[in-house]
Design a protein around this ligand. Structure first.
Ligand code: SF4
Length: 244
């Protein structure tokens, strides 16, 4: 299928989300996939809202891109931060980089800095949109383009689910869309600075995220998908983490 055809399919889906699921919102992480959706939504879908999560541990390059998006599209994407008291208590009890020590501590950090703010951002919405792609991770194989997100109580749309990585980059190039400078330094998937590294040739695209964990279960909790049971079991294994 050509890129034009794939774009047309995404447009059809976004048309129906804007029309039938208002208020709908796009969770924008400013990664490469999300820049495709940023470009489409900012230019064509004024009825679809946007937000981002600032965990407090983002790389500098992501803030630079936020500013570029504001300048390019004339929009300032609303930012949700974690509850300060929860971060303070976690850091006081466990230290600033406890996510390297165990899967449980990593997931608790993600819960405080991502999952709880996400719930606030989605409150009152009928649908949310993500830039997930099926071939990004084993945890994403069984997702569907439209499914009910029982965890958050609203419909969840992933319009790029069957796009390849090269489709994403072809789009960004064709429409001259700004992207995170870390992508040019070997980062394929970008999240918090301490939990993201560049990958080497031949590695899986998500290999740079929580690289000390088992790829079959590593998700931040924003997209628990259908492997949630496995993740819970795995989280009980002690002393899994190696150095970060
Ligand atoms: Fe914390 Fe790392 Fe999760 Fe960011 S990705 S919320 S720093 S554990």
């Amino acid at each position: 299928m050509s890129l034009d055809h794939k774009i047309a399919e995404v447009r059809t889906l976004l048309d129906s989300v804007q029309k039938d699921y208002s208020p709908a919102t796009f969770a924008n992480s400013f990664g490469a996939e999300d820049m495709v959706l940023t470009d489409l939504i900012a230019r064509h879908y004024p009825g679809i809202e946007m937000f981002t999560l600032d965990t407090g541990r983002l790389p500098e390059e992501t803030y630079t891109l936020m500013k570029e998006v504001a300048d390019r599209y004339g929009i300032r994407v609303p930012v949700y931060f974690p509850e300060p008291a929860a971060v303070e208590a976690y850091v006081a009890q466990n230290g600033p980089n406890a996510f390297y020590e165990s899967v449980d501590l990593r997931k608790r950090c993600c819960h405080i800095r991502k999952v709880e703010p996400l719930k606030r951002a989605l409150s009152g919405k009928r649908a949310w949109i993500t830039g997930l792609r099926r071939d990004q991770a084993p945890t994403r194989k069984n997702l569907t383009e439209s499914e009910f997100d029982a965890e958050n109580g609203l419909q969840k749309f992933s319009p790029l689910l069957d796009w390849s990585e090269s489709d994403v980059w072809a789009y960004l190039k064709q429409f001259d869309v700004p992207y995170n400078a870390l992508h040019d330094k070997g980062y394929t998937s970008i999240g918090c600075a301490p939990c993201t590294r560049a990958i080497t040739r031949g590695e899986d695209v998500r290999a740079g995220r929580w690289w000390w964990e088992d790829p079959a279960v590593k998700e931040c909790g924003l997209h628990p998908g259908k492997n949630r049971g496995a993740a819970k079991v795995f989280a009980t294994v002690k002393d899994l983490a190696v150095s970060g």
